[in-house]
Design a protein around this ligand. Structure first.
Ligand SMILES: Nc1ncnc2c1ncn2[C@@H]1O[C@H](COP(=O)(O)OP(=O)(O)O)[C@@H](O)[C@H]1O
Ligand SMILES: [Mg+2]
Length: 530
């Protein structure tokens, strides 16, 4: 205070509670000018204070496993630790043998120190790492072995690690899947296209007709599977719009009731004044449907499914999964059933593509992976809470969308039905077709020509530009451009820009097996996407 500089020791401590929130911190400033002042207390007393103030649980135990001392932090981790009680009481019955084996090995002198990960007997689910260290007291032959236990609460740490691993796994599988799905899509387009062509050449009473139908049917199933895989790897093209989940669910409910059958009762509980979200309506439809079908499958003898929606303000969202979900406003959709539940050892696999516990021909294992992909691509979060024998609840958090004035106006405009005034122009006109895959191009040419269009094919973006240049010189033009998005060399959107620069005003239809995220940005405004 008088400007004099004095030596000092500053001790600053911050504790955290179970949810990782800091408790009030405490700072001690020790005046070190008089070294005697700090050592006025007796040494054991000081030691006891240090131990009691330590941020981790500490206990000492006699050779027979009785607690001879414990600190405040341990009392906070579990109320089961008592002076004179057994250290086994710290952990639930299932983990007792594990703890005592480690403890005994230290007490017998086999190891100086040992570590074990266990659950902690307490009201909430707590994991801890316990380090047991041998302590020798007394001198010479009188030496007695006891042990000190350091108990560190690792609940938060482990939950984080698990989420991290799960996230990484999903990303790796997603990458693998999207590569395969894209190639498959091209092949299937050709198979489906040629089956259509063959069907036109055969009469229905022809024996080949049924066989070709069969090819087409199976190719369609494969295409459907590919679509789901693309959804999982978050590579599908979403068409997000401002959505009211209240309207969306109300529109779905009768269809859902039909799917659920007679034995399952469906309840719908709408949240009041639900905030809008920005999402692809048809995809959210699919998400809800997949969850409901799973719920039905989990209740072969019937039961109840409840779909609930609710606004979750940022303050509440922060407590849901503090480490994975940022604190923001969300809209929650919960789908809960009273079915058989999901065993804990299965829980971290349910979103994997092709993971199913249902019999052959019954489950594809693609339902939840689709759900996961759609929710992630929409910027949301999904959590599953399940108790075997009691039921399962999936909670989906979608970010709240703040509607701009323009969007509001557009939504109201869209709600008005548009009068059908368009002329049917099917089968008239010239189409410039750019597609690098020979099979896809051949099929597209055929399909368009059989409907009466004149098709000018090009096997690359560059060739399409050249062809167009020649045509323009001759005073010819096209009525429509159909183009693949991804082509080696010049891609679809770039080609389109060149054509626009040359004065081509015809509308464009892009087609693609997969649309990279970047694609949406390179599109010109008002482009249709197929
Ligand atoms: N509501 C639920 N109740 C119980 N188990 C479920 C529920 N939803 C999903 N599961 C489990 O997750 C697995 C994967 O689900 P999903 O990806 O939809 O594939 P599928 O339904 O084809 O098996 C199911 O086989 C089932 O074991
Ligand atoms: Mg399913």
């Amino acid at each position: 205070a008088d400007g004099e500089i004095i030596p000092a020791r500053i001790i600053h401590r911050v504790d955290f509670d179970h949810a990782g929130r800091p408790r009030p911190s405490r700072t001690l400033v020790l005046d070190m000018r008089q070294p005697d002042a700090a050592s006025e207390e007796s040494d054991p007393l000081r030691l006891a204070r240090f131990i009691n103030n330590a941020p981790i649980g500490i206990a000492t135990a006699s050779a027979d496993g009785r607690i001879t001392m414990l600190n405040a932090a341990l009392a906070q981790i579990t109320t089961e630790a008592r002076l004179g009680g057994s250290i086994a009481a710290i952990v639930p019955p299932a983990d007792r043998e594990k703890l005592m084996t480690v403890f005994n090995s230290v007490i017998r002198g086999e190891r100086d120190q040992a570590q074990t990960d266990v659950n902690i007997a307490s009201g909430s689910e707590t994991r801890a790492q316990i380090t047991i260290a041998a302590t020798r007291t007394g001198k010479g032959d009188e030496q007695e072995l006891s042990a000190t236990l350091y108990i560190i609460d690792t609940t938060l740490h482990q939950a984080l690690m698990q989420q991290l691993e799960q996230g990484q796994k999903m990303q790796a599988v997603g990458k693998l899947v999207s590569g395969i799905a894209h190639d498959f899509n091209n092949m299937l387009t050709a198979i489906l296209g040629y089956s259509d062509m063959l069907l036109q050449k055969h009469r229905p009473e022809d024996p080949s007709f049924a066989q070709i139908m069969d090819i087409k049917h199976n190719a369609n199933r494969a295409a459907d599977m590919v679509r789901k895989l693309l959804a999982f790897s978050r590579k599908q093209t979403l068409q997000p719009g401002v959505l009211s989940l209240t309207d969306l669910l109300s529109d779905m409910v009768s269809m859902l009731r039909r799917i659920m059958g007679e034995k399952v009762r469906l309840h719908l509980e709408h949240g009041r004044d639900l905030w809008p979200v920005m999402a692809d309506a048809s995809q959210i439809d699919r998400v809800i449907m997949n969850l409901c079908v799973n719920a039905r499958d989990a209740m072969p003898r019937g039961g109840e499914v409840t779909i609930r929606t609710r606004n979750i303000p940022a303050s509440e969202a922060g407590t849901v999964a503090a480490d994975v979900m940022p604190e923001a406003d969300y809209v929650l959709i919960e789908v809960a059933d009273t079915g058989e539940g999901i065993p804990p050892e299965v829980l971290d696999k349910i979103y994997d593509p092709f993971f199913t516990t249902k019999g052959v021909g019954k489950g594809t294992g693609l339902g939840l992976s689709t759900v996961y992909g759609v929710i992630k691509q929409t910027g949301g979060f999904i959590f599953c809470d399940s108790t075997p024998g009691e039921g399962t609840a999936f909670s989906i958090y979608l970010p709240r969308h703040i509607e701009t004035e323009a969007e509001k106006a557009e939504r109201i405009e869209k709600a008005r039905p548009e009068p059908e005034t368009r002329e049917d122009l099917t089968g008239e006109g010239r189409i410039l077709l750019a597609e690098d895959e020979d099979a896809v191009r051949a099929f597209a040419v055929h399909a368009l020509e059989t409907r009466g269009y004149t098709v000018i094919p090009a096997s690359s973006g560059e060739l399409a530009v050249d062809t167009m240049e020649e045509m323009l010189e001759k005073g010819e033009n096209v009525d429509l451009v159909v183009s693949d998005v991804v082509m080696p060399g010049m891609d679809g959107p770039t080609m389109m820009k060149e054509l626009r620069a040359m004065g081509v005003t015809a509308p464009v239809v892009f087609m693609s097996g997969h649309a990279e995220d970047a694609f949406a940005e390179s599109l010109e405004e008002g482009t249709e996407f197929t």
